[in-house]
Design a protein around this ligand. Sequence first.
Ligand code: SAH
Length: 242
Amino acid sequence: MSEQDFQKPFYLCAMALHATNREDTYLHQGRRRKLMEALRERGITDEKVLAAMDKIPRHFFLDPAFASYAYQDQAFPIGAGQTISQPYTVAFQTQLLQVRPFEKVLEVGTGSAYQSCVLAEMGATVYTIERQLPLFEYNNNFFFLKNYLSNIKRFYGDGFEGLPAFAPFHKILITAAAPAIPLKLIEQLMVGGILVAPVDSDTPGIQKMMRFIKTPTGFDQEILGDFSFVPMLSGKENTEKI
Ligand code: SAH
């Protein structure tokens, strides 16, 4: 047996793994439907959010090693020390945002771009910022994002600054733990616009989910339960390759 023959099965196996991760089979679709059912049972009521999430193959966004876990209600590592949020958290935040077609939505923390695709699937035009260069660059070649070329605009930068050149936004979503109320971003909302963010509480590692609605004179706020996110950090970073 030549060395080449010996390597062939491994090569074919790697190719198969790659192909599997790009296919959305009936099995994946069935698991996804069950996950949507579980989210309904946990209290998600906005059918538009569930319909959007039902359309997006979450397993495309995970490392193939985790693909079989994609339809469990869990967060997973996506490289550069970051995570793709738990489906319940994505559904909860998206529901709070009340997205309507053609709205301009700013997202802080692109990560895997799963949340961006959910927003785009609901008809929004998404402006999304990521501070980690390896994650930003990985998405340059992510095949699934090619479906959303005109409705997801990606930026490498510091989400604390927002995108003043594209403001005002109808909605803003922060998908990392904000250390305090993000006043600079509330400024980039239009009046009547909504910002949803997990904001650090007195308990380390726990954030309060907050919703802010901009008024002509300031903003109203609501607190909607406890969550746990990776931190929102300032500045850009280019450390670990993924
Ligand atoms: N929405 C993502 C969740 C990713 S986790 C998804 O669907 O996968 C949070 C992300 O926020 C990480 O990728 C992290 O690098 C990023 N992040 C943290 N602070 C940031 C900041 N100031 N500006 C932009 N991105 C930030």
